[in-house]
Design a binder for this molecule. Structure first.
Ligand SMILES: *[C@@H]1O[C@H](CO)[C@@H](O)[C@H](O)[C@H]1NC(C)=O
Ligand SMILES: *[C@@H]1O[C@H](CO)[C@@H](O)[C@H](O)[C@H]1NC(C)=O
Length: 190
């Protein structure tokens, strides 16, 4: 009987350690993802006087480029967060302008150093447009960027078929993955 006590003590100790560890794991898991219910549509437009691509979560900004600059509405480009959620990173926007002030190219990036370099070389800082994942977690999908140097246009899409179609079209070059966004509708994770 006496020899049972240490064994019982060890089992209780182990049980208590493992239940604490699994509690910690659950907390980490819960903190890893943003709440997909907080995600909003990132609307896309393109065209305009200087053949540009512009995406925004602001319906006011989208309506303005359509009404005043003749941009074409392309639909929902992705779902993103407008405030910083767990594991997300800022998606910055900078744009270049010609002498009359018209934008020629909108450039979206998660790289603070690319953003800083472009601002130094005269691009306009439009701040943080959204928050997205820097790696493919939480049901996110790649947000691709392609570039047409003749049109000075960066085009962004989460649609892999559309991305492949661009790459197969003369004039468009692959610039890889900007970050990871939620598809529309979002996968039910987080
Ligand atoms: C997201 O919304 C669904 C449907 O309303 C709800 O069941 C779920 O608990 C919500 N998820 C979070 C993390 O709030
Ligand atoms: C993806 O792009 C292809 C080619 O443009 C299009 O046919 C398809 O409808 C798009 N898929 C979605 C889900 O929008």
């Amino acid at each position: 009987m006496r020899s049972m006590f240490p064994l019982l003590f060890v089992s209780i100790l182990l049980w208590s350690i493992s239940s604490k560890a699994s509690g910690v794991m659950q907390n980490l898991q819960a903190r890893t993802c943003g709440n997909a219910n907080d995600s909003v549509p990132l609307f896309a437009t393109n065209g305009g006087p200087l053949q540009d691509f512009f995406a925004s979560t602001s319906t006011v900004a989208i309506a303005s480029v359509i009404e005043h600059q003749g941009f074409t509405f392309l639909g929902v480009s992705a779902r993103v967060f407008t405030t910083q959620e767990p594991s997300t990173t800022p998606l910055y926007l900078v744009y270049s302008v010609i002498s009359n002030g018209d934008a020629t190219d909108h450039f979206y990036t998660t790289s603070a150093s690319d953003r800083a370099l472009l601002i130094e070389s005269g691009w306009i800082d439009a701040g943080v447009q959204a928050y997205i994942y820097p790696t493919q977690i939480c049901g996110s999908v790649p947000y691709y960027v392609v570039y047409n140097s003749a049109q000075t246009e960066h085009f962004y899409t989460a649609n892999q078929t559309q991305y492949q179609n661009f790459l197969a079209t003369a004039g468009w070059a692959d610039q890889g993955i900007v970050g990871y966004v939620l598809p529309d509708p979002p996968n039910c994770i987080g």
